[in-house]
Design a binder for this molecule. Structure first.
Ligand code: NDP
Length: 450
């Protein structure tokens, strides 16, 4: 990191010393920006501003459980940067949620949204509410209470949240219903909505599909493909499920999936029938991945709920797609993948690989796609949902998938060409950070850095 970037980074550390995930995300971006500031010194003040959220909203979320007892959670919305469009980014419901995690996610979102080429600023929000083990009625009461405060801070031209960990179609539906009641209007204020009330086809599939499209582009630069490849995937939620589906479409063989209790290893491959079992298990029955091992008689390994204690990355795989959560793969685990002959890693989750893991991949010449590029298909398709809502029409499945694929191919090209232009060919981390930054920086500067 050069001196001027280091000065900004030190100010971030000093100002918010208790936000390690945010520091990690900022450091990774500032590491890439030195050469940009050398060429464009007028952007130095932009960097000072870009690390500070435009607005941080924190609020109380009281709700009654099925016993009639009051529970109080914390709700947040980070409006990080609105220079290129309305704030856009998901809502996460998970007990680990705090300002550090949401600021890291919102910061990443700024660059990711810029990379999609669509007019979307960056934001993120959520709550430390844990949907696991809650009844349907409890989840509904929580979502309604959450929206009773959030609604005054969002809007179709202001801030358009979507889902993330713990927030899927069910939660979006409950929140949309409450927003509609409070605001007394029907607008595209949330994305990831059900098809019956303004959702977009392919939105549920988009992050997973997009990650695989990006990985396919990356592999093709080395004349490789998914055909016949063994693919290790972590997570078993939205992103993991549809990444696995697209891997199957392209002739690959997914061999692992996980949840916060453990992972399964199925060397015969998770075929379409087995994947349908996982989707039903996770989306309808809300069960644990262990039940897959019981159903299909394969290995199951219990893990600690904290990331980095996985063991999943020790399996033999040609390609790895971490699709669960941040910092789920450390340097040692990355080395295990390298030793087992892995050639490419694409992040479906946000920041799943630690800086040591990324360093290891670069050192050993693996293809590595950072989440802000490879998982941008989700937010890009949310952008397409916003367009369809504004136009009051619905595009076909084929139309949305075609646009998603085109956007992923463009993001790959943009990241790859920018890396080359700045003398770091093959470094998608630098390419994505610089390309994402340039458009936001130009807009911030033009608007007077307010
Ligand atoms: P889901 O809630 O649908 O699934 C998350 C999966 O990861 C579950 O299998 C969950 O297990 C597991 N997981 C969550 N936290 C942990 C943890 N601390 N340790 C181990 N496993 C964990 O979320 P998504 O699939 O939507 O999101 C996954 C990742 O992708 C996140 O990083 C998210 O930010 C990112 N992402 C998502 C997008 C989207 O469109 N949904 C868009 C772009 C990025 P369990 O069921 O036990 O909790």
């Amino acid at each position: 990191m050069n001196d001027s970037m280091n000065e900004v980074y030190t100010s971030v550390l000093t100002r918010d010393p208790d936000q390690p995930e945010f520091h990690q995300a900022v450091e990774e971006v500032l590491d890439s920006l030195g050469p940009v500031i050398e060429r464009r010194p007028e952007y130095a003040p932009v960097v000072k501003a870009i690390v500070e959220p435009e607005r941080v909203i924190q609020f109380r979320v009281p709700w009654y459980d099925d016993n009639g007892d009051l529970n109080v959670n914390r709700g947040f919305r980070i409006q990080m940067n609105g220079a290129i469009g309305p704030y856009k980014g998901g809502l996460r419901f998970h007990p680990s949620v705090n300002q550090s995690i949401l600021k890291f996610l919102a910061f990443e979102q700024v660059f990711k949204n810029s990379l999609t080429g669509l007019p979307m600023g960056g934001g993120k929000g959520g709550s430390d509410f844990d949907p696991k083990g809650k009844s349907e009625a409890e989840v509904r009461r929580f979502c309604q209470s959450f929206m009773m405060e959030l609604w005054r801070h969002i809007g179709a031209d202001l801030d358009v949240p979507a889902g993330d960990i713990g927030v899927g179609g069910r939660e979006i539906g409950y929140m949309f219903g409450m927003y509609r009641k409070l605001a007394n209007e029907f607008t595209g204020v949330l994305t990831g909505k059900g098809m019956a009330y303004g959702g977009s086809l392919i939105r549920p599939e988009a992050t997973g599909y997009g990650t695989v499209y990006f990985a396919r582009e990356m592999l093709s630069t080395k004349d490789k493909s998914f055909d016949g490849a063994k693919v290790a995937i972590s997570g078993s939620g939205n992103v993991a499920q549809f990444a696995a589906e697209k891997v199957l479409d392209l002739g690959g063989k997914p061999v692992t999936l996980s949840d916060s209790s453990g992972f399964i290893y199925d060397p015969d491959g998770i075929d379409r029938q087995k994947l349908a079992f996982v989707m039903d298990l996770k989306n309808n029955k809300r069960g644990r991945i262990k039940e897959y091992a019981i159903e299909y008689g394969c290995d199951y390994t219990e893990t600690q709920p904290e990331p980095n204690l996985n063991g999943l990355w020790g399996v033999e795989a040609d390609i790895a797609l971490p699709c669960a959560t941040q910092n789920e793969m450390n340097g040692e685990e990355a080395k295990m993948l390298v030793d087992n002959g892995c050639i490419a890693v694409a992040e479906g989750a946000n920041m799943p690989c630690t800086p040591e893991a990324i360093e290891c991949f670069h050192h050993h010449g693996l293809l590595f796609a950072p989440g802000k590029a490879s998982n941008a298909g989700g937010v890009a398709t949310s952008g397409l949902e916003m367009s369809q809502n504004s136009l009051r029409l619905s595009w076909s499945r084929e139309e949305v998938d075609r646009r998603l694929e085109e956007i992923m191919v463009n993001i790959h090209r943009n990241a790859s060409e920018t890396a080359r232009e700045y003398g770091m060919e093959g470094n998608y981390v630098a390419g994505a950070n610089i390309a994402g930054f340039l458009k936001v920086a130009e807009s911030m500067e033009a608007q007077g850095l307010l």
